[in-house]
Design a protein around this ligand. Sequence first.
Ligand code: ADP
Length: 804
Amino acid sequence: MPDIIIPLPASPKSVRNEHILPVIPLLNGVVFPSTETILGFGREKSKRALENAYDATRRQVIIVLQKSSVVADPKPDTLESIAVLCEIDRLLPFDQEINALVKGIKRVKILEYIALEPFLSARVVELNETIENDSETMALTNSVIGEFKKLVSGKQVDFLNFMNLMASNAPERIADQVASTLNLKTKYKQELLETLNVKERLRKVIAYLTEEVKIMEIEKNISVKVQEKFDKNYKENVLREKLKSIEAELGEETETKEIKELKEKIKKVAMPKDIEEKALKELKKLQQMSQFNPEAGYVRNYIDWLIELPWNVETPNHKEIQKAEEILEQDHFGLKKAKDRILEYLSIMKLKEEKERNNNKTKTKSSTILCFIGPPGVGKTSLGKSIARALGRKFVKMSLGGIRDEAEIRGHRKTYVGALPGRIIQGMKTAGTKNPVFMLDEIDKIGNDFRGDPSSALLEALDPEQNYQFSDHYLEVPFDLSNVLFIATGNMFETIPPALLDRLEIIRFSGYIDEEKFEIARQYLVLKQIEASGLTPENIEFKNSALKAVIRKYTREAGVRNLEREIAKACRKVARMITSGDAKKNIITENNLHNYLGVRRFIDTIAEKKDEVGVSTGLAYTEAGGDILFIEVALMPGKGNLTLTGQLGDVMKESAQAAFSYVRSRYKELGLEPNFYQKIDIHIHVPEGAVPKDGPSAGIAIATALASAFVKKPINRYVGMTGEITLRGSVMEIGGLKEKLVAAHRSGLKEIILPKNNKKDLEEDVPKYVLRDLKFHFVEKMDQVLPIAIHSFTKRKSHGKTKK
Ligand code: ADP
């Protein structure tokens, strides 16, 4: 049908019951006469129609349902023919839409459309309803009200609607108003609109209403049943709990087997009185708990902890110093200083105890804690074990490495899910006695951050003034640690928190020389590993030459851990050969060693290298003890760039910059052009790039390597050096001297250049054999270093004035 465009009459006039009015289609929904509703209109045509009507005096429109809700721009044949004449009470533009308060006035029939643009308009005629005011209509109306009341009481319908309904007494209005609130498909609503016979309409409304009431009642029923079921369970639980408390009140508790057993255990452990009371209280709590209560598991766990801790179990404390000495000697080679210090410590402990016993004091307090510091594998742990053996006590070890959370030491409160006591209490449980030797390993690696400071909790555990009632968050009751012999260990003491360090008596283990390692292997490790692999000395023998070769060619370490590992490896190989039928005795020599251990691992010993230009020998101090490191400098044509590689830390990089500046400032003495560095690139590398290195102490070694590279003269590789360099070429004091010198000795260096200020440390703690075998040069200035380290180094006379 072609669009016919007819201008609207300026003011729609009505002829009898006919009107010409704008038509607004609804996608979904029917407006009934005598109802009010707010509708939102988004389509342009509808908005135009609305605005046009609103500006007119009558403010009337026809609202009609679309037959299909998918048509965007409906044409007359897609619209229902029965519609409602409505009044627009108010317009509220909102965003892209216009909201309108629409009041239904009268049913109409659309006779013809007289315009399609700018909006639909049609000629309509009012429809007359068939209303019979008889008793049947009355009865039907009452019935509608009755059913509707049920919906209201079921809170399905707004109470206000009901009040409106009651206010009107015309059956046709009541039918329409109820129809508008029904939860009906639009097509049924349209059908109600088209039902002009009021009785008929009332009947239909009743049918829909009863259906809705029924559905509402079914829903209500379902939710009541769910609620009832829930209530029943709840009631049962409450009753059960009440029964328990009634039984408890009457003293008629029925103890389960579990409770009985736990009670017996509590009595047997002989805890301190107050702790036993606490345990029994918790037990009572457990007894009264429903088995479904998740908390029961936690309470049970807690009681188990109380039962299993060694409140009163003690091993007799042997304190014959003579015997202790024998055991320490038996278990360890060398370590004279450490052993002496331990024996002194034990003697003091013994005397103090005797004195306190005589004075009738109860607590034994040893105010300092032994702390063994040294590289890995030097026998710290095994010495601790020997002490325990010498004293006849149990031994436990706990690693503190990486602990950042106070709760790791002191536990989490019971209220946390999965809470446990801290490591100290866990260690005590493992020990099973209240006077073990308790080794706190890696005390130098303890950290602290926002989760609290673990070292302060540790201090409390170590402090004899406080530790007889150490508090653990989980345990809640104090535990007596005063009989524990704590021994701490670590690789370096520089990183131990100062407050802790204050409490510790440091015993340093500097690492072994090759001869000591050989004796340790010969006297201890070989036998230990033969036994551990299930062999006997009839199956295997290590010749001395083989052990020495293992030390030199297969390991490079301060301790003997890898040495022990290599010996174990050879033993395993022999064990395998024996089990596969080869019963002959294996004699391991230097020559056949590779059959057992594979190819040698270390070849870069000093003796096997040669003196090179641009390669100096530095001394380093790391967690693994002292070591030597080679600093390599390569020069190439370029633009004066300085490259540093080998995982160097910031401090070491800065020290390399300082060394370079020093070399530049000495260009005259080195016989170089003033701007010699502008045409070359310099690369400084410290091999074993995978090992991070840091610290300022390689300064003079870097400067020496640089100078050697520039003057093109080789460095004596047997000269090791360590010292910080300043821009003006002064040589500053360094740390870790002892470990560095032991490593230098181990690596076969012959001469050592040291800062003059370190001379005082030399006599103090460096082993005698090191002092005996090495030649020392003490320097204040870098200028003194170069002639010692670089072969045939001659300082050029600088021309002009030189400042001294
Ligand atoms: P650390 O605790 O210092 O890292 P360990 O105590 O674990 O070292 O020692 C590693 C191994 O070396 C152990 O089997 C230990 O018995 C052995 N060991 C270390 N030093 C000696 C020694 N002086 N005498 C005998 N055995 C030693």
